[in-house]
Write a protein that binds this ligand. Structure first.
Ligand code: PLP
Length: 661
């Protein structure tokens, strides 16, 4: 689409006149061009009829204005007027049929955040249209705040603002404020319109075209949507230089060009919205663009962006450590920062081995791990992860690691714990630690285990002198329904790794929590006893500030929504269990997974994965199956209706995955 949406900072600010001037200018500029006026939501009608007013002022032919999509009698916001009329306004907003080269001038109703329904505002409708905005603002003293709020709301939704239009020349200070705080230039002054008449509007449009700033904006309105152009350009530039993770570039599947994200939704360059059904690899906790976290990041970036954490300290890291220790299972009193899940695991593994050395047992270097476990892609984390296509090429780099079977698919918990007993009896005295993903094993196939299995492991590792490393990189902060999966089992590990949702999913940051007993072994007067490990960005203040804000939100909002999300999705999966080709339907907290048969035994590389992802995308839901396991783990902000959409997408994915299997 090409054109613009003319919105205002509030009602009666002059949007219709600006629309008329733009339409008249478009006619002057391209007399043979196609243009259309459209006010999708008209309230107070009759008698209000902006379509007729603008058509008269801009001298439009009848076919040059599209009728409102929604016309409501009550002179109120569309949401209120719809409620009064017993109607519901649904999105997406579909533009009326028109030639593709049409330059649209779409008029809003009131301001950008005027509600359309309990779940959508005008901004959502405009996001669907993918047109840049012209914001009509008031020139009076005391109204700059409204202008800046409107610009901020637009920016947060990935909406481009072409210009702010006012009816009187602003002072330099106002211009600067709009440029600086609103990130918008230019501020256009509406040419004086002596009387509200078609002739006066036409004269104003001529004067506007003489002004280079106006002319640039009108040219943009007459041209293609900036986002569509930017999207094509982005993909071309991506193909030239970017190297994506876990991606076979030889398949030529273009990535999704994402221009913005809000709540559970990703906004694509072509104007499409896609529901982030797996929280962007389990990172996004509350939803994208959470204002409190964004504000904390901005504040911290201005105050202290970074300082090394060796020999220096700062409030965000100390506050976060304090919060983490208070929230974590009892006994974990020390916080060592790193950058992501893999580095948190590396730190834990090294701490465990070095701890035993400091206890006078340097031979205790072995690590036990669970079958199907996944702990990251750096060499140590990869060594303790299960053998998979991720590790295949790196056998020579991986250190040996003994594996304990996981209950499920015909194996009992007692048999798995007996296997651990056997392993410990044979090798326990040479082992430093056992690492586990408590209750939910993610990348290995969303396998759900029980609290009693975890307790069994804790009891046995303690008995044999192994440290227990709980890798809660996925599970912490509500992903299993509780703050920590260990907490559900009443287990306190010796070391615990967190990352992913720690910053609400906004910035990379990780922490390895340790008990005082572990920490104390590294404290002495000999420098060589210290934990000689770290990263340039250890405890980055901006990331720590984001994490503090995320934990504050978590404390304020609680986690009651986590289980409700899972249950709601599960309702929509009711018909799947027992269906041919479906091996298992399982879940915990907000996560629900469906495992389908794997007749070729290709696991993670199963061809069904791509078919399942494509089927989900047809429903505007982004899922990324783990081979034959398709799952959803959405952010906490998803509504019930969005959960239903996710369930539909999962069902469609399973149909696509099992169709040819
Ligand atoms: N540990 C677990 C349990 C994980 O699920 C992951 C990643 O998915 C990692 C560690 C590695 O985290 P990252 O990808 O941030 O390095």
């Amino acid at each position: 689409m090409r054109g613009t949406v003319v919105t205002g900072t509030d009602t009666n600010v002059g949007k219709s006149v600006v629309c008329a001037v733009l339409l008249a200018a478009l006619r002057r500029l391209h007399p043979d061009g196609v243009r259309r006026y459209w006010k999708p939501f008209q309230t107070g009608s009759p008698p209000d009829d902006d379509t007729a007013t603008v058509a008269a002022l801009a001298g439009l032919e009848p076919e040059e204005s599209a009728p409102p999509t929604v016309r409501l009698a009550l002179p109120a916001s569309p949401h209120e007027a719809a409620l009064a009329a017993g109607r519901a306004i649904g999105l997406p907003l579909r533009p009326p049929v028109a030639p593709p080269e049409t330059a649209w001038v779409v008029e809003g109703a009131g301001g950008l955040l005027v509600p359309l329904s309990p779940t959508a505002t005008l901004a959502d409708a405009f996001t669907d249209l993918d047109l840049p905005l012209v914001v009509v603002a008031r020139p009076e003293v005391g109204t700059l705040n409204h202008t800046l709020l409107t610009l901020e709301a637009a920016r947060r939704r990935g909406l481009t603002v072409l210009a702010v239009v006012v009816s009187r020349p602003p002072t330099d200070a106002v211009r600067q404020a709009i440029a600086r705080h609103g990130a918008v230039e230019p501020v256009l002054v509406l040419p004086e319109i002596a009387s509200i008449s078609a002739a006066a509007v036409d004269r104003a449009s001529a004067r506007a075209l003489e002004d280079p700033a106006w002319r640039q904006v009108i040219d943009r309105i007459a041209g293609d949507s900036p986002r569509a152009t930017a999207g094509a350009d982005l993909l071309a530039r991506d193909a030239a230089h970017a190297w994506h993770p876990y991606t076979q570039h030889g398949l030529g599947v273009p990535p999704l060009p994402v221009v913005a994200a809000e709540g559970a939704w990703l906004h694509l360059a072509d104007g499409r919205r896609v529901l982030d059904g797996i929280s962007s690899w389990w990172t996004t906790l509350f939803g994208h663009g959470e204002p409190a976290i964004a504000a904390a990041i901005a504040r911290q970036a201005r105050a202290l962006d970074h300082v090394m954490f060796a020999g220096a300290t700062h409030a965000p890291a100390v506050d976060l450590a304090d919060r983490l220790v208070r929230a974590a299972p009892a006994g974990l009193t020390r916080v060592f920062y790193s950058d992501d899940g893999s580095t948190a695991v590396e730190a834990a593994l090294k701490m465990a081995v070095a701890w035993h050395a400091r206890q006078g047992e340097p031979g205790r270097t072995g690590i036990l791990a669970l079958e199907h476990g996944y702990h990251g892609d750096t060499v140590g984390a990869m060594s303790v992860s299960a053998e998979s296509p991720f590790t295949h090429d790196y056998r020579s780099l991986r250190f040996p690691c003994e594996r304990v079977p996981v209950p499920g698919h015909g194996r009992s918990e007692a048999a798995c714990l007996a296997a651990l007993d056997d392993l410990l009896a044979r090798k326990g005295s040479t082992c430093a630690a056992m690492i586990v993903e408590p209750l939910l094993m993610g990348a290995g196939g969303m396998r759900v285990t029980t609290p009693s299995f975890l307790r069994g492991i804790r009891e046995r590792t303690a008995r044999h002198g192994l440290l227990l490393i709980a890798d809660e990189v996925l599970t912490a902060f509500g992903r299993t329904g509780a703050l920590f999966a260990c907490g559900t089992a009443g287990v306190s590990p010796d070391l615990l790794c967190v990352s992913k949702a720690l910053t609400g999913g906004t910035l990379p940051l990780a922490a390895t929590l340790a008990t005082e007993r572990v920490f104390e072994a590294f404290r002495s007067e000999r420098r060589e006893d210290a934990f000689l490990h770290g990263h340039s960005f250890t405890a980055n203040p901006i990331a720590c500030a984001a994490a503090v804000a995320a934990l504050e939100l978590l404390e304020a909002r609680g986690l009651s929504r986590a289980d409700a999300i899972g249950q709601r999705i599960e309702k929509g999966l009711a018909g799947l269990a027992g269906r041919p080709g479906v091996r298992d339907v399982r879940g915990i907290g907000p996560m629900r997974a469906v495992e389908i048969d794997d007749p070729d035994g290709r696991g993670y590389l199963a061809g069904a994965a791509a078919r399942m992802a494509a089927a989900a995308l047809e429903h505007d839901v982004l899922l990324r199956p783990l081979g034959t396991v398709v799952y959803a783990l959405p952010p906490l902000c998803v509504t019930d209706a969005e959960c239903d959409r996710i369930a539909l997408a999962l069902c469609a994915a399973v149909r696509a995955g099992t169709a040819a299997s």
